[in-house]
Ligand binder design. Structure first.
Ligand SMILES: Nc1ncnc2c1ncn2[C@@H]1O[C@H](COP(=O)(O)OP(=O)(O)OP(=O)(O)O)[C@@H](O)[C@H]1O
Ligand SMILES: [Mg+2]
Length: 363
């Protein structure tokens, strides 16, 4: 399953620093606006300590965590929807992502240029939000013209689309995102081909100073706004995360302890992204490989099987399922089976987070 998060924000707010920390790709993060021109894609493993617990029991040759793709997108400025800054090219890069990670500068530093001249998270978010809404408004208006002719000649599908579009037009006109327009599942399916930007789930990353996790009015303002929007906020110090990412495991543990942190902020960010998209994990555990697979919450056993291979879904017979806690407590598949904790589940079974599964199929 491809899960792609686009990192957006104003220029010079710390997007590439964060991306580097996430991917350790070492792409250039320099102190000048528009340092990033090509989007950079990095593959990041989803941190999950349950995999280590499974591996201790199974001793596999390989451990394969779930992954998230992050795309570092160049800074967006006011007027981008009309081609200002690096303009439409970036909007196109955002179009290809599943979710938007909005990096907001919440640190003071006179040495780091802010494109608007001062640090103001709310104004920055508004700038980004307006540009994305304007870009969507243009797509919606184009669609109304295109489909309007068909609608007039009696095409029912086109009429439906146009009526949704007109609602969205009014909504976007106020600078509001499509995700808050209250569309139902059917309406969302109808507008899907338009690839609108503001329909994507979004979260905020507050990029704070090393000592900026508390008593930080910028962070407080951002949190208040995000709460109103029901959007997650993760506070990280991107500069510090970049340092942590460069350390080897032993030094990393020591550094985190010194800072009084349990884990890198990036882990919180990756998990929040996973959650935002309504994703969860199940495991396959064999001697060749212990592997995490990404599915949607609510997916059934055949759908989960389909993530491994479409044949598994097509020819699905049943799933042998052991709950994660049972697998660990009883010490593996054989013992769980002995204890009657391996369940045979059919097509209707809704997979639970952490289930350890074997699929039986026939093609
Ligand atoms: N939390 C932080 N505290 C202090 N400085 C930071 C922090 N995060 C990033 N910086 C610094 O801010 C500068 C800009 O960072 P970066 O290049 O990552 O921005 P960007 O958002 O990718 O910019 P662009 O849109 O131009 O690509 C860098 O000098 C970086 O070291
Ligand atoms: Mg950059």
């Amino acid at each position: 399953m491809s899960l792609k998060c686009g990192i957006v924000g104003l220029p010079n707010v710390g997007k590439s620093t964060l991306f580097n920390a996430l991917t350790k790709a070492g792409i250039e993060a320099a102190n000048y606006p528009f340092c990033t021109i090509e989007p950079n894609v990095g593959i990041v493993e989803v941190p999950d300590t349950r995999m280590d617990e499974l591996a201790k029991i199974v001793n596999p040759q390989k451990i394969q965590p779930a992954i998230v793709e992050f795309v570092d997108i160049a800074g967006l400025v006011a007027g981008a929807s009309k081609g200002e800054g690096l303009g439409n090219q970036f909007l196109a890069n955002i179009r290809e992502t599943d979710a938007i990670v909005n990096v907001v500068r919440c640190f003071d530093d006179d040495n780091i240029v802010h494109v608007a001249g001062k640090v103001d998270p709310i104004a920055d978010i508004e700038t980004i939000g307006t540009e994305l809404a304007l870009a969507d408004l243009a797509s919606v208006e184009k669609a109304i013209i295109r489909e309007g002719k068909k609608a007039k000649s009696g095409d029912k599908d086109a009429q439906k689309l146009v009526s949704i579009m007109e609602r969205l037009q009014a909504h976007l006109d106020q600078g509001l995102p499509v995700r808050s327009a209250g569309l139902d599942a059917e309406e969302l399916a109808i507008i899907k081909p338009l690839c609108l930007l503001t329909v994507k789930p979004a979260m905020y990353v507050a990029n704070v100073a090393e000592d900026g996790f508390s008593n930080n009015p910028f962070l407080d303002a951002l949190t208040e706004l995000a709460n109103k929007e029901n959007a997650p906020v993760v506070a990280v110090c991107a500069a510090m995360e970049a340092e942590i990412a460069d350390l080897d495991d032993a030094d990393k543990a020591e550094f985190l302890q010194e800072m009084g942190l349990e884990e890198p902020g990036l882990n919180r960010l990756i998990r929040a992204g996973y959650d935002l998209l309504g994703l969860q994990t199940y495991f396959t555990a064999g001697v060749k490989e212990v592997r995490a697979w990404t599915i949607h919450k609510g997916d059934t056993a055949p759908q989960a099987a389909g993530v491994i291979h479409t044949d598994f879904e097509r020819g699905f017979i049943r799933a042998q399922v052991i709950a994660f806690a049972d697998y660990i407590a009883l010490g593996g598949e054989a013992k769980a089976k002995e204890a009657g904790k391996m369940r045979a589940e059919g097509k209707e079974y809704v997979v639970a987070d952490g289930d350890v599964i074997n699929f039986l199929f026939n093609v």
